[in-house]
Design a protein around this ligand. Sequence first.
Ligand SMILES: [Zn+2]
Length: 371
Amino acid sequence: MNRGLFFYTDAFQAYDMGPHHPMKPIRLRKTFELLDSYGAFGRLPLREPAPCPVSVLEKTHRHDFIQAVDYLSSGQHFPYSYQRYGFGTGDNPVFPGLFEAALLYTGASLDCASAVAEGEADVAMNIAGGLHHAHHARAAGFCVFNDCAVALRRLRERWDRVAYIDIDVHHGDGVQELFYDDPAVLTLSIHETGRTLFPGTGFVTEAGEGDGRGYSVNIPVWPGTNDLLWLDAWREIAMPILRAYKPGAVVLQLGADAHALDPLAHLCLTAQGWLEAVQDVQSLGVPIVAVGGGGYNMTTVPRMWALAASTLCGLDLPDDTPPDYAWHEEMPRLTDEASFTLSDAEMSDAKRYNDRVVAEAKETLFPYHGL
Ligand SMILES: [Zn+2]
């Protein structure tokens, strides 16, 4: 059984972009309380995270960007020129305390990476992390600091080769970009195609550059893709490459927005279909830093992250949620009762796109991995 660690604090609630913003911090509390109602923290040690030191953050983000976040967080006048840092949009509004809140979710992922690198845990989880769209000097897609990248750099201090695995419905563009020329950090993302979804990138042709060529793996899938097709593409491309790469440790981004009920994207996965990819990553048998990510349906995210915690940390949670869980009525079970069916036309469009992507990925990427 895996030795797990779970980093959590109610102070995560401060990363709150307002009542009309789709990323609601309540999803974190609902997940925590779900696990707590199962008594999970009797077996899974709970830790309070620390904010990320700025000196560590500066290895991932440009100094002037960090300073800008600090300045904006204090609620002072918003200079027009600061739009270049990605703030002031509907996606990334400025709010008081933004800097401290962003340092905290980033620090929690850093703490996870340190715990894993120091051999204190085989799996460390931070559901507040996984903010994969943050760029070197620009906030984007609800993300300010790229905690995934910070955790990967910490793992690299211990291991020669590490992998970033992203099962969020959106392309993990920020992480890919930060390690695009680095063969020591393989980035892999399976997501809805950039032709129909933010951030519009993540095609097979984005395969890395220079020494990093072949170490940036993208698996785009078509809207409507269900468990069957998603897992088929995943197992044809992701798993062979990961097994061949043999990372010393991985950062697993657990975006829950590929679920059929997610309001921001167009895939048709079930919680249990998505979980199979988590089980596959676990089967690699290497230490895992598991971070959250997207997920905008408040009755699917807590279930999916509880399932991930159950699998990764060996909790073996029963499918029926505890009756004393505050949201038991709206989430009576962890898994979905039925799969979501597609029309024949939808299925054939998704399948045709899948077949093309799998063939293209094999041709483009497999030679770099001796496959
Ligand atoms: Zn997402």
